[in-house]
Design a protein around this ligand. Sequence first.
Ligand code: ZN
Length: 67
Amino acid sequence: MRVDLKDGRCRTCGSQLDIVADDDATMTVECLECGDSYDVETDAFGDGCMTYYPAALAELMERGDDP
Ligand SMILES: [Zn+2]
């Protein structure tokens, strides 16, 4: 799931991030530009865990990536 540029950007190049995995404590993001991949807090995008974390969880579950 894509992260809006106003909410968060790649720490390396400042481009758009895609949430590729998440678990109880962190989300793994991957940069669409440079491919950098790293873990962030579940509230890393200033939404109080209310937007990206549950939406990413739901999306990953639909894709069948959930263990
Ligand atoms: Zn990047």
